[in-house]
Design a protein around this ligand. Sequence first.
Ligand code: HEC
Ligand code: HEC
Ligand code: HEC
Ligand code: HEC
Ligand code: HEC
Ligand code: HEC
Ligand code: HEC
Ligand code: HEC
Length: 445
Amino acid sequence: MKRIFIIIILLLTLVATIIWFNLPKITPYYVQLTKPRIGLNLDIQPQAQKEAHFVGSSKCVKCHEEQHTQWKNSMHSKMIQDIRKTPNSVVADFSKLPKNADFTLAQVVYTVGSKFKQRYMIPANINGKEDFRLGNYQWNVQTKKWQNFKPYTYWYHDAYPHDNKQFPTSNTCDGCHFTGFMATGKRVEPAISCEACHGPASNHIKNPKSKIFKASLSDPIRTNEVCFQCHMRNRDKRMETEYKKAKDLWMDAKDYPAGYVPGKPLISYKLPAPFALGAETKEFWANGAAKKNRTQGNEYIHDRMYQHGITCINCHNPHKLSNTVEKPEGNDACMKCHSLGSIIGPHQDTLEQHTHHKADSKGSLCIECHMPKTAKHTGKSPLTVRSHLFSFTYPAQTKAYGMPPETNACYACHKDKTLDTLQENLKSWGRLEWEKLELPQTSFK
Ligand code: HEC
Ligand code: HEC
Ligand code: HEC
Ligand code: HEC
Ligand code: HEC
Ligand code: HEC
Ligand code: HEC
Ligand code: HEC
């Protein structure tokens, strides 16, 4: 009797083990993916934070050393750097600065960026207010050249004088690059630090039991908002109702969701840059893929992974920002959830069957086909910004949408072929689904 019992237990354990190891890799995400959606309008900022004020990242070190170290090593902490404190933040060659530059290195207080391009903030009195202006040249890190910089040429070109000396960074940049500025209009700390994502922490540092916002506690859609506040192209929210045109907002047009605090409903502060499938704009190709940087959110909201509850922080550790062009994780970045022959795909049994390239070929790297480089950092930069529209764009779609062939994943590696030939290749692999044969019309405006 006892022996039969032990055998049954052993058998059950074996069966459970087999089932466990054969479950799709997405299983641990079941709770996240099925979380009830609370809606976009709910204010989920903890009550204890409502009266709090911003204190700066130095106050968090003693209790959260791990997060602080990771963040300090990430690019978020380096976005805005004070030249007097960190002289080596300057990546440009100032000996080659063109003669008609309207600034000198000695005038610069802050550097803006360092990885792809660097711009320079100079104190200025604009509109009767202490503010900052931008130098008329920027350093392109990718081409190692100085190039012209006219920030007023963007969507708000009718709202500002066409002169860098009269163009304030307060309304057009600082909300996303200084912590605290978006919420309070005060530059509490340069760069993107803890409270940009966790909200003001004065009460929490006095009493750790006093709640502080953590984006992942809400549903997946709302989790993304903490990143969307910056990683998404906008229009001034007031243009939705009161002011229809940028020129109605003379010297006041804002390019970030002013007033937003993490946990508040972002939709009350944000008007995303407009896009309609089929119509190319200054910011997006006609299929919704980015033409410019800082468009991750605009692209991602069209993707099925977003709609089904996958978030930015499933792929990017918010403190380390791992998984960027500099630190590729290869196919593991995707295969921690996806598995061959699984319910969420790829729906083939081997990698070669899915990609039709050798397993160790560059043509078998997920991001090469699913995150093609569609955008540039400036008009004169190389095409390096990867799309966050993960669904595959067929060569025939690239053509029908009137996009440059280089933005197509297959063409990017096979410049000796035409989009038509590459489309034929996919057809011969049996990789065209019925619906994909119905391609968009070229008659889009
Ligand atoms: C005196 C120590 C202390 C300081 C200073 C401190 N924290 Fe905390 N923090 C804690 C403790 C303890 C917890 C865990 C609280 C709990 O589980 O209820 C915590 C939790 C958190 C959480 C997670 C909240 C959650 O709901 O899971 C975040 C986010 C956080 N802290 C951010 C910060 C930030 C940002 C700062 C600096 C502005 C900071 N903390 C400063 C002690 C501290
Ligand atoms: C870019 C946004 C962002 C920044 C900047 C940021 N955090 Fe976080 N932090 C998050 C998100 C999102 C989570 C939730 C992560 C998760 O649940 O996987 C989190 C989680 C935490 C937690 C809870 C960890 C846990 O295991 O629950 C602590 C503590 C924390 N952050 C502290 C800090 C501190 C201190 C800083 C600054 C040194 C900081 N964070 C900067 C977005 C950010
Ligand atoms: C307050 C604005 C702001 C918020 C909030 C923010 N980011 Fe960023 N993020 C930036 C800026 C600005 C940069 C460019 C930093 C630089 O180049 O120095 C950046 C860079 C990055 C990078 C590239 C890092 C690298 O090494 O090249 C990643 C990845 C990223 N952010 C992810 C996120 C995610 C995920 C979230 C949400 C958890 C988030 N960001 C929230 C402004 C923000
Ligand atoms: C809505 C938020 C937002 C606004 C407004 C904004 N930026 Fe940024 N900026 C970002 C984010 C997010 C990134 C990083 C992501 C990316 O580039 O795709 C970034 C990247 C950059 C970079 C490249 C960083 C690097 O390391 O190469 C520079 C330079 C820059 N911004 C300058 C500006 C200037 C100047 C303005 C104002 C005229 C401005 N930005 C307005 C959010 C913003
Ligand atoms: C399914 C995974 C995934 C999701 C979801 C995702 N990303 Fe990424 N992201 C990546 C990968 C992979 C890369 C880098 C590719 C490489 O290494 O070249 C990347 C690159 C980036 C970069 C760096 C771009 C550059 O040119 O350096 C930024 C910024 C970024 N992501 C922000 C975000 C934000 C914000 C969200 C949410 C709106 C998001 N990502 C959602 C996988 C993801
Ligand atoms: C050589 C290009 C290429 C590479 C590399 C590639 N894919 Fe795909 N993938 C495709 C094509 C083509 C489709 C079909 C798209 C469609 O149906 O519209 C697809 C579809 C998918 C789908 C949708 C479900 C399905 O099976 O049709 C998923 C999920 C997917 N790929 C994941 C991945 C992952 C994960 C990797 C890396 C291991 C990867 N892909 C590498 C070309 C590629
Ligand atoms: C945290 C888990 C997770 C990660 C990481 C992840 N995926 Fe997904 N992916 C999903 C889920 C869930 C779906 C939705 C399947 C469905 O409902 O059809 C999906 C769907 C897809 C699809 C098909 C639908 C669409 O969006 O077009 C593609 C393609 C895809 N993923 C590519 C990738 C690539 C490429 C990476 C790595 C950069 C990646 N995924 C990383 C969970 C993940
Ligand atoms: C990241 C680069 C890369 C991408 C993206 C890529 N390929 Fe390839 N492709 C290669 C390489 C390298 C080879 C050489 C053989 C190998 O590695 O499998 C190759 C071989 C081929 C071949 C067989 C040899 C030839 O030239 O006729 C065909 C056909 C092909 N690719 C078509 C495509 C199509 C269609 C796509 C888009 C779905 C695509 N490739 C995407 C790099 C790429």
